[in-house]
Design a protein around this ligand. Structure first.
Ligand code: SAH
Length: 217
Protein backbone atom coordinates (compact mmCIF):
# COMPACT_ATOMS: atom_id res chain seq x y z
CA UNK A 1 0.00 0.00 0.00
CA UNK A 2 1.37 3.39 -1.00
CA UNK A 3 -0.25 5.49 1.71
CA UNK A 4 1.52 8.70 0.66
CA UNK A 5 0.00 8.40 -2.80
CA UNK A 6 -3.39 7.56 -1.31
CA UNK A 7 -3.27 10.71 0.80
CA UNK A 8 -2.37 12.82 -2.24
CA UNK A 9 -5.29 11.32 -4.15
CA UNK A 10 -7.60 11.96 -1.18
CA UNK A 11 -6.62 15.64 -1.24
CA UNK A 12 -6.87 15.98 -5.03
CA UNK A 13 -10.05 13.96 -5.59
CA UNK A 14 -12.08 14.37 -2.38
CA UNK A 15 -11.06 17.69 -0.84
CA UNK A 16 -10.04 20.22 -3.50
CA UNK A 17 -12.94 19.46 -5.88
CA UNK A 18 -15.45 19.95 -3.04
CA UNK A 19 -14.05 23.39 -2.27
CA UNK A 20 -11.50 22.96 0.52
CA UNK A 21 -9.07 25.82 -0.20
CA UNK A 22 -7.05 26.45 2.96
CA UNK A 23 -3.56 25.27 1.98
CA UNK A 24 -2.66 24.67 5.62
CA UNK A 25 -5.60 22.31 6.01
CA UNK A 26 -4.79 20.54 2.73
CA UNK A 27 -1.17 20.15 3.81
CA UNK A 28 -2.20 18.69 7.18
CA UNK A 29 -4.60 16.26 5.46
CA UNK A 30 -1.79 15.21 3.10
CA UNK A 31 0.56 14.68 6.05
CA UNK A 32 -1.33 13.03 8.94
CA UNK A 33 -1.17 9.24 8.62
CA UNK A 34 -4.88 8.47 8.82
CA UNK A 35 -4.28 4.73 8.35
CA UNK A 36 -2.55 4.61 11.76
CA UNK A 37 -5.75 5.85 13.46
CA UNK A 38 -7.84 2.84 12.36
CA UNK A 39 -7.46 -0.86 13.15
CA UNK A 40 -5.12 -2.87 10.95
CA UNK A 41 -7.91 -4.60 9.05
CA UNK A 42 -9.29 -1.21 7.95
CA UNK A 43 -6.00 0.40 6.92
CA UNK A 44 -6.60 -0.24 3.24
CA UNK A 45 -9.85 1.74 3.47
CA UNK A 46 -8.41 4.55 5.58
CA UNK A 47 -8.32 7.07 2.70
CA UNK A 48 -11.75 6.17 1.30
CA UNK A 49 -14.44 8.84 1.13
CA UNK A 50 -16.29 7.68 4.26
CA UNK A 51 -16.36 7.40 8.03
CA UNK A 52 -15.00 4.15 9.52
CA UNK A 53 -15.67 2.32 12.80
CA UNK A 54 -13.12 2.76 15.61
CA UNK A 55 -14.74 0.55 18.27
CA UNK A 56 -17.16 1.30 21.13
CA UNK A 57 -19.83 2.16 18.52
CA UNK A 58 -17.89 5.30 17.45
CA UNK A 59 -16.42 6.42 14.12
CA UNK A 60 -13.49 8.32 12.64
CA UNK A 61 -15.11 11.05 10.52
CA UNK A 62 -14.99 11.13 6.72
CA UNK A 63 -11.85 12.95 5.49
CA UNK A 64 -13.89 15.69 3.77
CA UNK A 65 -15.79 16.40 6.99
CA UNK A 66 -12.52 16.64 8.96
CA UNK A 67 -11.11 19.07 6.38
CA UNK A 68 -14.29 21.16 6.20
CA UNK A 69 -14.67 21.48 9.97
CA UNK A 70 -11.01 22.40 10.32
CA UNK A 71 -11.23 25.00 7.55
CA UNK A 72 -14.26 26.59 9.21
CA UNK A 73 -12.17 27.22 12.36
CA UNK A 74 -9.88 29.62 10.37
CA UNK A 75 -6.73 28.65 12.24
CA UNK A 76 -3.53 30.65 11.75
CA UNK A 77 -1.21 28.73 14.04
CA UNK A 78 -1.30 30.67 17.31
CA UNK A 79 -4.62 29.39 18.64
CA UNK A 80 -5.67 27.42 21.70
CA UNK A 81 -8.22 24.92 20.44
CA UNK A 82 -10.68 22.63 22.22
CA UNK A 83 -11.93 19.50 20.49
CA UNK A 84 -14.89 17.60 21.93
CA UNK A 85 -14.87 13.90 20.93
CA UNK A 86 -11.28 12.64 20.63
CA UNK A 87 -12.34 9.27 19.21
CA UNK A 88 -9.37 7.91 17.24
CA UNK A 89 -7.32 11.10 17.71
CA UNK A 90 -7.14 11.70 13.94
CA UNK A 91 -8.90 15.08 13.95
CA UNK A 92 -6.77 16.00 16.97
CA UNK A 93 -3.61 15.34 14.96
CA UNK A 94 -4.87 17.55 12.12
CA UNK A 95 -5.63 20.35 14.60
CA UNK A 96 -2.26 19.88 16.26
CA UNK A 97 -0.50 20.79 13.00
CA UNK A 98 -2.50 24.00 12.61
CA UNK A 99 -2.78 25.43 16.13
CA UNK A 100 -0.51 26.15 19.07
CA UNK A 101 -2.27 24.10 21.77
CA UNK A 102 -4.98 21.48 21.43
CA UNK A 103 -7.11 20.18 24.28
CA UNK A 104 -9.28 17.21 23.39
CA UNK A 105 -12.00 15.67 25.54
CA UNK A 106 -13.37 12.12 25.23
CA UNK A 107 -16.02 10.47 27.42
CA UNK A 108 -15.03 6.85 26.69
CA UNK A 109 -11.81 6.11 28.63
CA UNK A 110 -10.54 3.29 26.36
CA UNK A 111 -10.74 5.53 23.26
CA UNK A 112 -9.09 8.44 25.07
CA UNK A 113 -6.24 6.26 26.32
CA UNK A 114 -5.61 4.69 22.93
CA UNK A 115 -5.65 8.08 21.18
CA UNK A 116 -3.34 9.62 23.77
CA UNK A 117 -0.79 6.82 23.43
CA UNK A 118 -0.87 7.02 19.62
CA UNK A 119 -0.59 10.82 19.48
CA UNK A 120 2.35 10.65 21.87
CA UNK A 121 4.04 7.91 19.84
CA UNK A 122 3.61 9.90 16.63
CA UNK A 123 5.13 12.99 18.23
CA UNK A 124 2.12 15.32 18.43
CA UNK A 125 3.42 17.26 21.41
CA UNK A 126 1.03 20.20 21.72
CA UNK A 127 -1.96 17.97 22.56
CA UNK A 128 -3.62 17.19 25.89
CA UNK A 129 -6.23 14.45 26.11
CA UNK A 130 -8.83 14.59 28.91
CA UNK A 131 -11.43 12.03 29.92
CA UNK A 132 -14.63 13.87 30.84
CA UNK A 133 -18.08 14.95 29.71
CA UNK A 134 -17.32 17.44 26.97
CA UNK A 135 -20.88 18.79 26.84
CA UNK A 136 -19.79 21.23 29.54
CA UNK A 137 -16.61 22.15 27.62
CA UNK A 138 -13.33 22.38 29.52
CA UNK A 139 -13.77 25.30 31.92
CA UNK A 140 -10.36 24.85 33.59
CA UNK A 141 -8.52 25.64 30.34
CA UNK A 142 -10.85 28.26 28.85
CA UNK A 143 -11.02 30.65 27.05
CA UNK A 144 -10.34 29.13 23.62
CA UNK A 145 -9.86 30.67 20.18
CA UNK A 146 -11.74 27.79 18.62
CA UNK A 147 -13.94 24.88 19.71
CA UNK A 148 -14.68 21.93 17.45
CA UNK A 149 -17.38 19.44 18.38
CA UNK A 150 -17.09 16.14 16.49
CA UNK A 151 -20.34 14.58 17.72
CA UNK A 152 -23.91 15.70 16.98
CA UNK A 153 -25.70 17.83 19.61
CA UNK A 154 -29.43 18.56 20.06
CA UNK A 155 -28.62 22.26 20.56
CA UNK A 156 -25.64 24.48 21.25
CA UNK A 157 -24.49 24.02 24.86
CA UNK A 158 -24.27 27.57 26.30
CA UNK A 159 -21.02 26.58 28.01
CA UNK A 160 -19.18 26.53 24.67
CA UNK A 161 -20.05 30.16 23.92
CA UNK A 162 -18.92 31.15 27.41
CA UNK A 163 -15.58 29.40 26.90
CA UNK A 164 -14.80 31.18 23.60
CA UNK A 165 -12.78 34.38 23.36
CA UNK A 166 -14.48 37.31 21.63
CA UNK A 167 -13.86 36.60 17.93
CA UNK A 168 -13.53 32.87 18.68
CA UNK A 169 -15.16 30.22 16.48
CA UNK A 170 -17.28 27.21 17.35
CA UNK A 171 -17.99 24.50 14.77
CA UNK A 172 -20.68 22.02 15.78
CA UNK A 173 -23.18 19.64 14.18
CA UNK A 174 -26.70 20.36 15.49
CA UNK A 175 -29.83 18.37 14.80
CA UNK A 176 -31.47 15.05 15.62
CA UNK A 177 -29.72 11.97 16.94
CA UNK A 178 -29.30 10.67 13.38
CA UNK A 179 -28.74 13.69 11.14
CA UNK A 180 -27.46 17.20 11.68
CA UNK A 181 -26.45 20.49 10.08
CA UNK A 182 -22.92 21.77 10.57
CA UNK A 183 -22.94 25.25 12.15
CA UNK A 184 -20.18 27.80 12.39
CA UNK A 185 -20.66 30.25 15.25
CA UNK A 186 -18.54 33.30 16.03
CA UNK A 187 -18.59 34.97 19.41
CA UNK A 188 -18.89 38.75 19.05
CA UNK A 189 -18.70 41.61 21.60
CA UNK A 190 -22.45 41.47 22.02
CA UNK A 191 -23.49 37.89 21.29
CA UNK A 192 -22.99 35.39 18.49
CA UNK A 193 -23.13 35.22 14.68
CA UNK A 194 -24.29 31.90 13.32
CA UNK A 195 -24.15 30.40 9.82
CA UNK A 196 -24.90 26.93 8.56
CA UNK A 197 -22.67 24.97 6.22
CA UNK A 198 -23.84 21.50 5.20
CA UNK A 199 -25.89 18.47 6.22
CA UNK A 200 -23.94 15.78 8.06
CA UNK A 201 -24.24 12.60 10.13
CA UNK A 202 -22.29 12.28 13.36
CA UNK A 203 -22.54 9.95 16.33
CA UNK A 204 -24.45 11.58 19.20
CA UNK A 205 -22.86 13.92 21.74
CA UNK A 206 -23.82 12.18 24.97
CA UNK A 207 -23.80 13.88 28.35
CA UNK A 208 -25.30 16.39 30.74
CA UNK A 209 -25.97 19.01 28.04
CA UNK A 210 -26.30 16.58 25.12
CA UNK A 211 -28.22 13.39 24.37
CA UNK A 212 -29.01 10.78 27.00
CA UNK A 213 -27.15 7.48 26.73
CA UNK A 214 -29.20 4.87 24.86
CA UNK A 215 -28.60 1.17 25.53
CA UNK A 216 -25.20 -0.43 25.20
CA UNK A 217 -22.70 -0.12 22.40
N1 SAH B 1 -12.77 13.36 16.15
C1 SAH B 1 -12.91 11.94 16.14
C2 SAH B 1 -14.35 11.54 15.83
C3 SAH B 1 -14.86 10.64 16.87
S1 SAH B 1 -16.59 10.32 16.86
C4 SAH B 1 -11.92 11.25 15.21
O1 SAH B 1 -11.25 11.95 14.45
O2 SAH B 1 -11.77 10.03 15.28
C5 SAH B 1 -17.12 11.32 18.19
C6 SAH B 1 -16.54 11.01 19.54
O3 SAH B 1 -17.24 11.84 20.48
C7 SAH B 1 -16.76 9.58 20.04
O4 SAH B 1 -15.51 9.03 20.36
C8 SAH B 1 -17.61 9.75 21.30
O5 SAH B 1 -17.31 8.83 22.33
C9 SAH B 1 -17.28 11.17 21.71
N2 SAH B 1 -18.26 11.81 22.58
C10 SAH B 1 -19.60 11.73 22.56
N3 SAH B 1 -20.15 12.47 23.55
C11 SAH B 1 -19.10 13.05 24.21
C12 SAH B 1 -18.99 13.92 25.34
N4 SAH B 1 -20.05 14.38 25.99
N5 SAH B 1 -17.76 14.30 25.73
C13 SAH B 1 -16.64 13.85 25.10
N6 SAH B 1 -16.68 13.02 24.04
C14 SAH B 1 -17.89 12.62 23.60
Amino acid sequence: MDFIKQRRLMVDLQLRPRGIKDEGVLHAMATVERHLFVSEDLQESAYDDCALPIGCGQTISQPYMVALMTELLHLEGHERVLEIGTGSGYQTAVLSMLASEVYTVERIPSLAERAQALLERLGYKNVQVRISDGTIGLPSQSPFDAILVTAGAPEIPEEYIGQLKVGGRLVIPIGSRYSQVLYQIRRTETGIEKSDSTGCVFVPLIGEKGWKEEGLY
